[in-house]
Structure formats: structure tokens, C-alpha cells
Design a protein around this ligand. Structure first.
Ligand code: SF4
Length: 189
């Protein structure tokens, strides 16, 4: 999923694979990776989608900038800057950096079907309707199920979240951490 919103990048939009392949980059399975207990066929499909999206990112002219923003500025789900959400979490851990989860459904420029929701609105609605399913909550909010889950996860973990460091990590630091994480996970795979 693209993390680019600047007009400077507009000239590259036609070459951004995530915009050309919304059905791949926004596949719900990429947004919510299957647990290790999920059926093998589901995990195989996830691996196939993940490799396909990551391969496409590798030829994107905005790869390094997209990766930096996805690590430092935005906490989105799915593939961004050639990395998975899990990889970006590990990169942030190495950098000592935290970013609030957010709903990026409307900012990628590829989906108009969801709106950006306010964190407090999600939490308030959940507290007011504790027995309602998360799917129903997402419908009422006009956002995706994964967005609702992200906000509720944030509400659970926020009090324990460490404070942000003052200076944002440099591009060189992010690239070095990304390279270490991707290589380590590749070796471990
Ligand atoms: S690096 Fe990947 S997610 Fe980022 S803009 Fe390019 S194709 Fe999209």
C-alpha cells in the first residue's frame, strides 16, 4: 500500500504498482496475515500474495521513500515499501521508534469505499455497543474491519506504549535496520 500523498510524487503514480494492482495490495489477507494455526491453503495463498506484492515494490521508483514513511511516519497494514507489517514492527523496535496505528484506507488513492475514522470514535462506539460484532461496527463506521481492529488494539496497548524519541531516525538508519531485519527473517525462513 502506498504511503505517498505528496504532489511531488504524482508524476510517478503511473509506475507505482500498488496503485496499478489494488486487488493485490488491498487483499484482506495481506492486511490480516493468517495465524500459524490457519489452514495450509490460506497460509500458502498469503505467501504467494506477499511475494508478489514485495516483488512489485522492488521495481517501484519510490521504494526507499515509501519504506521510510511506512516505518517512521505511518503505521499501516499490508505491504508497504516492500515490507510486511511484521517486518516494519521489527525495524521500529531496532530503531526505538513508535508510530500510532492509523487508517490509511482513504489516503492510498486507490480506494474510495472507506472513510478515515477517528480513534476516539471507534473506541466510544465499541464501549457503547460491547456485544456488537466488529464487522457490524466497521459497517456503522464506514471503514474496514482491519481498521476497527487496529484502533481497538491501539486502545488496549496505548497506556503501555513508550514515549516517542525526540528525533526521527535518519533514512540511512531506517535502511540499515530494514536490511538487517529482512535478511534475518530470510535466513530464519
Ligand atoms: S514501494 Fe510498494 S507500496 Fe510503496 S509506493 Fe511503491 S509499489 Fe506502492
Amino acid at each position: 500500500m502506498s504511503t505517498h500523498t505528496s504532489t511531488n510524487a504524482a508524476h510517478s503514480y503511473e509506475r507505482m504498482s500498488c496503485l496499478d494492482n489494488p486487488e493485490l495490495f488491498q487483499d484482506p489477507l495481506l492486511e490480516e496475515p493468517p495465524a500459524s494455526t490457519a489452514p495450509a491453503s490460506v497460509r500458502r495463498r498469503y505467501s504467494m500474495l506477499e511475494s508478489k506484492a514485495q516483488d512489485l515494490c522492488q521495481s517501484c521508483p519510490l521504494l526507499t521513500d515509501c519504506l521510510y514513511r511506512a516505518v517512521v511516519d505511518h503505521n499501516v497494514s499490508g505491504i508497504a515499501g516492500g515490507t510486511t507489517e511484521r517486518q516494519r514492527n521489527e525495524i521500529r523496535r531496532r530503531l526505538g521508534w513508535t508510530v500510532q496505528p492509523e487508517d490509511f484506507d482513504t489516503l492510498a488513492g486507490v480506494t474510495g469505499r472507506h472513510r478515515q475514522v477517528d480513534h476516539d470514535e471507534v473506541v466510544r462506539l465499541r464501549q457503547a455497543n460491547p456485544h456488537e460484532s466488529l464487522e457490524t461496527l466497521a459497517q456503522r463506521l464506514g471503514c474496514s474491519l482491519s481498521t476497527v481492529k487496529r484502533h481497538l488494539r491501539r486502545a488496549r496497548t496505548e497506556p503501555r506504549r513508550p514515549k516517542k524519541t525526540v528525533s526521527a531516525p535518519s533514512m540511512a538508519a531506517v535502511l540499515a535496520a530494514a536490511s538487517a531485519v529482512i535478511n534475518r527473517l530470510r535466513v530464519a525462513a
